[in-house]
Design a protein around this ligand. Structure first.
Ligand code: G3H
Ligand code: 13P
Ligand code: ZN
Length: 357
């Protein structure tokens, strides 16, 4: 037997799910369970997402989930969050781990905690695995200091998704690590799997999924998609807020996550194209729709592509205007500044997480 307790608005909600004996988990302090050679996230000064999500759902705002792969991205994220006093979820994808080395990334995240303090405002920082695609990857992250993981079984059959997600939850919760699951498939490329069309989340499945798996948050598919080409020219760039509403009525107050939430600012696309880039017909999600979603139970909004555009625009501009420049700090510095401004703008004008740290 397993009992989960969620805070839904001002009420306690008890979810009693029956599990077979070999799946039964016991509430054991995660720190005690950490093996000698593993690093718990609390040692790194990080937090899991539980309290942040409870407050975000209640307060009608969303926590920024920004991806990072290098030092400049991390600096920009922390500076933006400190200056706006926003909590933050630092996201690391499998690709980021392969690119930058997971040991370095984890220690950068540890440094970020101290860096925020040094800047004068310690903000709550979650270190989250983005789009985990196997139990082993999630386990490795949990053992090396991540405070939150996503297990993305959205491409599997419903039953296989439930089984895999539940397995990760059982392990993660022993370590006090929070877990995000996903139901529905986003169009575009997700986990190196390409899908032509959206498979929207079916509201009638969500209650069963969260009950059976015990996830702490649920990513849904309502028309967002990864990358810079979310809609074709002439299409109505709208997300299905009606499906979101229906999901909310099925699992009131349960933390919802939106992936693929870049807005693809057209001024950045223009700057890139004016300086040698070739981004044709790049279209994103309107910020007004994301602002609307953030007021609901959507409490985590994932933004990566907009940051890539901001950095690329700044780098292209410097190199085009100063072809004699070859010190990376001279183009990565402006890229970092531009990224910081973009992230501050999102926090204040889209997510509403400013002054919530
Ligand atoms: O959802 C995907 C994120 O934007 C991370 O992308 O797998 O290229 O690191 P990546
Ligand atoms: P974008 O590509 O829209 O920025 O989405 C990022 C994302 O969902 C990361 O998981
Ligand atoms: Zn995503």
């Amino acid at each position: 037997m397993r009992i989960q307790i969620y805070y839904i608005y001002d009420h306690l909600f008890f979810d009693i799910s029956l599990f077979s004996e070999d799946h039964d988990t016991k509430p054991i302090n995660g720190d005690l369970l950490m093996q000698n050679n593993s690093t718990g996230y609390k040692e790194l000064g990080l937090v899991n997402s539980s309290d942040l999500f409870a407050k975000a759902v209640k307060g009608g705002y969303a926590i920024p989930a920004y991806n990072f792969n290098n030092l400049e991205q991390l600096q920009a994220i922390i500076m933006a969050c400190v200056e706006t006093k926003s909590p933050v979820i630092l996201q690391v994808s499998k690709g980021a781990r392969n690119y930058a080395n997971q040991t370095l990334l984890r220690n950068l995240a540890r440094g970020a905690v101290e860096y925020a303090e040094e800047l004068g405002t310690p903000v709550p920082i979650v270190l989250h695995l983005d789009h985990g695609d196997s139990f082993e990857l999630c386990k490795d992250c949990i053992e090396t200091g991540f405070s939150s993981v996503m297990i993305d079984g959205s491409h599997l059959s419903y039953d296989d998704n439930v089984a895999l997600t539940r397995k990760v939850v059982e392990y993660a919760h022993q370590h006090d690590v929070t877990v995000e699951g996903e139901l529905g498939v986003l169009a575009g490329i997700e986990d190196e799997v390409a899908s032509e069309t959206h498979t929207y989340t079916q509201p009638e499945e969500v209650e069963d999924f969260v009950t059976k798996t015990g996830v702490d948050s649920l990513a849904i598919s309502i028309g967002t998609s990864h990358g810079a080409y979310k809609f074709k020219p002439g299409e109505d760039p709208k997300i299905r807020l009606d499906i979101l509403k229906e999901i909310e009525t099925r699992i009131p107050g349960f933390p919802i996550v939106l992936h693929g939430s870049s807005s693809v600012p057209q001024d950045l696309v223009k700057t890139i194209n004016e300086h040698g880039g070739q981004l044709k017909d790049a279209i994103g999600i309107g910020e007004d729709q994301l602002r609307e979603a953030a007021k609901s139970a959507v409490c985590k909004i994932n933004i990566d592509s907009d940051g890539r555009l901001a950095m690329t625009a700044a780098v292209r501009k410097v190199l085009a205007e100063k072809p004699e420049e070859f010190d990376p700090r001279k183009y990565l510095g402006p890229a970092r500044d531009s990224l910081k401004e973009l992230y501050k703008h999102k926090i204040i004008n889209v997510l509403g997480s400013d002054n919530k740290a």
